[in-house]
Every structure is written in structure tokens, then in C-alpha cells.
Design a protein around this ligand. Structure first.
Ligand SMILES: Nc1ncnc2c1ncn2[C@@H]1O[C@H](COP(=O)(O)OP(=O)(O)OP(=O)(O)O)[C@@H](O)[C@H]1O
Ligand SMILES: [Mg+2]
Length: 143
């Protein structure tokens, strides 16, 4: 299953908007799309009608190795979405360091989210951390 990353070291260039629109277009063309928001800004959900006050997401629980499949949201457009969720800046920085040490915390649940090969994945992140590039180059994760 293809993984497409929308990432740029420059802010405000359209990563989130493009990810949302391409995911929607692919969904309309009959493909199954899983969209992950890796940006702590947590804005991708707003393109899919998630209310502003609904700030839950998948990233905060990452260290506890959750099963994300229970957290996937089917949006009105049909795109499956995993919002990043609201997190304190300190927690974001700590988690970034944790993922440097243990990239499998992100890669392994992604692999488990993949019930069929027809799924597509669309992470989006702002100034991309080195671990993201390392991880995406190794896709698909082995476990
Ligand atoms: N193709 C486009 N044409 C015109 N405006 C656009 C286009 N794509 C995005 N924009 C606008 O540019 C602004 C930034 O877009 P967006 O939030 O998608 O960028 P981003 O790279 O995700 O930003 P950030 O680095 O803050 O996450 C928004 O106001 C958006 O509406
Ligand atoms: Mg963005």
C-alpha cells in the first residue's frame, strides 16, 4: 500500500490543505484512504468536519502502544482519519525524543492499521523531524 507524505521544512505552504484534498479526491475515485495527522497543530481534522472542541487524537497515547484501529474516524467524505490530538508543547517535545529512540512506537501500530493492501496512508507534518524521514523511507514497517 502506498504511503504518501506531505511534509516541508517551511510552514504555511499548503501541506494540510493539500493532504486533505488529495485524500478526498482519492476517496472519491474509490480508494480507501487512511489519513494520519502528525502535526501537533492538530488542524487536519478541521477539513473533515471534526468540531473545534473535539481535541482527542492518537498521538498522546503512543507510549502506551494502543490499538489505533479503535480510534480511526470515518469522516463524512469517507476518508478514514486519525487526528493528532491536542498536546502540551512539553509533551510534544518529549514524545519527539521518545520516537527518535523508539520509531517502532509509530511504525508498528501503523502496520496493524492496515487491514488490506487497498489502504493508502497520508501523514502530514510540519517541519519534518529526522525520525519521520527515516521512518517513511523504511515503509512498510515490518511489525
Ligand atoms: N493551493 C492553494 N491556493 C491558495 N491558498 C492555499 C492553497 N493551499 C493552501 N492555501 C492556504 O494557505 C494557507 C496555509 O495552508 P496550510 O495550512 O495547508 O499550510 P501548512 O503547510 O499545512 O501550514 P503549517 O506549516 O502551519 O502546518 C491556508 O490559509 C490555506 O487556505
Ligand atoms: Mg499544516
Amino acid at each position: 500500500m502506498p504511503l504518501i507524505a506531505f511534509a516541508s521544512p517551511k510552514g504555511g505552504v499548503g501541506k494540510t490543505t493539500l493532504a486533505a484534498n488529495v485524500a478526498d479526491a482519492l476517496c472519491r475515485s474509490g480508494r480507501s484512504v487512511l489519513l494520519l495527522d502528525l502535526d501537533p497543530q492538530n488542524a487536519l481534522r478541521l477539513h473533515f468536519g471534526v468540531p473545534l472542541h473535539d481535541t482527542s487524537g492518537f498521538m498522546a497515547d503512543l507510549p502506551r502502544r494502543p490499538d489505533w484501529r479503535a480510534q480511526v474516524r470515518r469522516t463524512a467524505s469517507g476518508v478514514l482519519l486519525l487526528p493528532h490530538g491536542a498536546m502540551e508543547l512539553r509533551a510534544v517535545l518529549e514524545q519527539s525524543l521518545l520516537l527518535e529512540r523508539e520509531p517502532a512506537l509509530l511504525a508498528a501500530p501503523c502496520a496493524r492499521c492496515w487491514p488490506t493492501r487497498s489502504f493508502w496512508c497520508w501523514p502530514t507534518c510540519r517541519p519534518a523531524p529526522p525520525r519521520f524521514w527515516r521512518w517513511s523511507r523504511r515503509w512498510p514497517p515490518s511489525s
